[in-house]
Design a protein around this ligand. Structure first.
Ligand code: DGJ
Length: 730
């Protein structure tokens, strides 16, 4: 049993392979958070909570415990606004028209087999009987019929605890929710650090580590998407935590819209983390009998350092979050025409590219933006999902058939959440776009957002997608989204609380994705938002891979991939070889290095294949062969960050090790070159100590490679690279 309830101490103890998590319903029925740390026994950890009469710490509403009891410094499981706790809260709500205030007290609980789900929202799931248990704890406001059900999913073996919260209005009066977080997590000791991943378009998920000081640190997005700018994934760790040692806790929100994560260090140096929906512009009216589910948060605690943490998360997301049948299949090596042609193509040019792709040994041809409506640049056409037969010289079905005849699968780009003002769809339904009445909207890439909170808009888009699938044999979709959400106003119901629209939009997006996948269960869906603007655990539930960044420069990708690897499977990280000078930053890198870098993730090519030199084609064939021989290692292996692009100015290195440790790869990209350079040594990780591995024709023991290391070849030019695969021989 991973979940234990002690009816005398009234403690709930959740055990995973490496951690223990504990709560306690105290004498006042307040649900305290008593422990989250290395695996321990069932001790009631509330002895660590010291009650004192601290100044300016108010007592809870019912005050049965006297002045030595205040929620202002007690560690709590789901802290609310308005009960004497002045720190950041997980929930701010109250009867509509009255001041928000809650006093939540424990009512009941249930322990259930399997993993709960959250209808309409992405969430982790069980893959076999007995791999997960659920704890449901019901709290109720002291005064009103407002209930909160806290949900916990414990994947013991995977070292994962999930959390979610469902707010229920069982009274007659409407309840106004103005802030709903999925969780609160109190750490009694401060002195922690926060690792988060900031960025911008073409430079997503940049690693940043900082000491948490007194006050509130916030990582959030108000862009309606999880965003390029901040990612809904952080790590809280000790000062001494490194790749292979130290305590660390992952907090990963399974949601693709505006989010907020706050870390507050309080007057007693305790740390509180809250994480959930961004409360900027959020307001949800909960009618009598209704409930509201906050998205899921995934937690994992380990003392094995960052490498142990991210490998555990990567595996869990590969197995228990990604639903696609493609999760364990070899991902097709693709050619995408975007950087090859942008909007300037004909059907003939596409077929020429596809022919070259087939000749190189690629498996999927993706037709990117520009095939529909009036779309020869990014100023028009979005919303008109009708093929431009004049441009293609044939129907979409015919093009797909010709591509299939070359032995390739056919994939298509779409951006269904958007509309151009210069489109038939906008002309017919201007009120389907987000525009605040009486104000001009902010345009971004000359496009507006379709109001996905509206049923009729979603039905229209579902219909258009169904028609596309009916018109051509499409095996892959790249679902793009090229602007931040703004000017949010739903014209559907002017009385509707506009503060609900952003979240309803995301629920609407999930509904449309669900529809498409239900109709086409074998579809390979790739997420995209101007590259990695919506690279989050929510999207992975639908899309087993996500275009990681619009930046295809191999060297900048080193940092992007490095950051992404902490929270997400590398198999989900789509990466392509592109042309040089690179289109985003003008850098020249060897073709070989571009392949080494792109092979870190879902691999493909995005350049004019017609214009490749013979030497490049030979190198591409070598890369494709290497990937085909090792795809299981790359898709399912443990991933080790061996040299950080932030700490090592000379090279970045990483390695994959197969789950049975019989095979491993080593990839190195040199980021600087020196005359009279010193020899570089690098230690492998994750191998079997006693096994003998063959490297460059010689046998080495696992201990030799891990403790002594490998001497790397000298780089021969700027941005040179090295990649090798070793195999166990005994
Ligand atoms: C942004 C994507 O990230 C690119 O790969 C490409 O699909 C363009 N959109 C097309 O407009």
């Amino acid at each position: 049993m991973a979940i234990l309830y002690d009816s005398v101490a009234r403690t709930f103890t959740l055990h995973t392979a490496e951690s223990t998590y504990q709560m306690k319903a105290d004498a006042q029925n307040v649900l305290l958070h008593t422990y989250f740390g290395p695996r321990a026994d069932g001790t009631d950890f509330s002895y660590l909570i010291v009650s004192r009469d601290y100044g300016y710490c108010s007592e809870p509403a019912e005050n049965t415990a006297g002045r030595e009891y205040s929620l202002d410094y007690f560690p709590q499981e789901y802290p609310v606004y308005g009960d004497g706790d002045y720190r950041v809260s997980a929930l701010q709500a109250g009867i509509a028209g009255q001041a928000p205030a809650l006093a939540l007290r424990y009512v009941s609980h249930r322990i259930l087999p399997g993993k709960y789900d959250l209808p309409g929202l992405p969430a982790l799931f069980s893959i076999e009987e007995g791999d997960a248990e659920t704890l449901e704890i019901v709290l109720k406001d002291l005064y009103e019929e407002i209930y909160v059900t806290l949900l916990y999913g414990v994947f013991e073996e995977k070292n994962i605890i999930t959390r979610a919260a469902v707010i229920g209005n069982r009274g007659a009066k409407t309840v106004k929710l103005s802030r709903v977080m999925s969780m609160g997590l109190d750490f009694p000791e401060g002195g922690r650090e926060l690792i988060s991943f900031y960025g911008k378009h073409t430079l997503e998920r940049q690693f940043e580590r900082k000491t948490l000081c007194h006050g509130i640190t916030e990582i959030s997005s108000a862009r309606g998407t999880s965003s390029h700018h901040h990612n809904p994934f952080v790590i809280v760790c000790d000062r001494n935590t490194a790749e292979d040692v130290g305590a660390c806790c992952a907090v990963s929100l399974v949601y693709s819209g505006s989010f907020k994560l706050q870390a507050e260090v309080d007057q007693f140096d305790s740390l509180r983390i809250v994480c959930g929906l961004n409360d900027n512009e959020f307001e949800w009216m909960l009618g009598s009998g209704e409930s509201f589910a906050a998205p899921e948060v995934v937690l994992s605690y380990t003392e094995k350092g960052l490498s142990g943490l991210s490998n555990g998360l990567q595996k869990t997301y590969r197995e228990n979050l990604i639903r696609s049948p493609w999760k364990n299949r070899k991902r097709p090596l693709l050619a995408n025409n975007w950087e090859a042609t942008y909007f300037k193509f004909t059907g003939g040019k596409l077929l020429e590219l596809a022919r070259q792709a087939a000749d190189l040994g690629l498996e999927l041809f993706v037709l990117d933006d520009g095939w529909f409506g009036k779309r020869d640049d990014d100023r028009s056409g979005l919303g008109d999902w009708y093929v431009n037969e004049k441009k293609l010289g044939c129907t979409l079905g015919e093009l797909a058939d010709r591509i299939h005849a070359l032995g390739l699968k056919f994939g298509l780009w779409i951006e269904p959440e958007m509309v151009s003002e210069d489109s038939d769809l906008y002309r017919a339904h201007p009120d389907w776009a987000f525009v605040i009445p009486g104000r001009d909207p902010n345009r971004s890439r000359s496009q507006l957002l379709l109001d996905f909170s509206r049923q009729e808009v979603r039905e229209y888009i579902k219909g258009r997608i169904d028609d596309l699938f009916a018109s051509a044999d499409i095996e892959y979709i790249k679902w793009d989204m090229n602007r931040s959400i703004g000017n949010v106003y739903s014209a559907a119901d002017p009385g509707l609380s506009q503060g609900a629209v952003r979240h309803k939009y995301i629920l609407g997006l999930y509904e449309v994705l669900e529809h498409m996948l239900a109709q086409h269960p074998d579809l390979l869906l790739e997420g995209c938002s101007g590259g990695g603007g919506r690279f989050d655990a929510g999207m992975l539930y639908y899309a087993p891979q996500i275009w990681c960044s619009d930046n295809t420069d191999a060297i900048e990708r080193l940092r992007i991939h490095y950051g992404t690897s902490f929270g997400y499977p590398m198999s989900a990280t789509a990466a392509h070889v592109s042309i040089c000078p690179n289109h985003q930053n003008g850098r020249m890198t060897p073709f070989r290095t571009r392949g080494v870098c792109a092979m870190q993730g879902a691999f493909g090519y995005e350049l004019d294949l017609d214009r490749m030199t013979q030497e490049e084609k030979d190198e591409a064939r070598r890369q494709i062969r290497l990937y085909n021989e090792n795809w299981e290692l790359f898709q399912q292996g443990n991933y080790y960050r061996l040299a950080s692009p932030y700490e090592n100015p000379d090279f970045t290195a990483w390695s994959y090790v197969s789950p049975d440790q019989s095979r491993a790869s080593l990839s190195v990209v040199y980021t600087d070159v020196h005359a009279s350079a010193k020899p570089y040594r690098l230690k492998w990780k994750g191998l079997l100590e006693d096994a003998l591995y063959e490297l460059d024709g010689k046998l080495y023991s696992g201990t030799a490679l891990m403790h002594g290391g490998t001497v790397l070849p000298w780089p021969e030019c700027d941005y040179d690279s090295y990649m090798t695969v070793i195999e166990r021989k005994n």
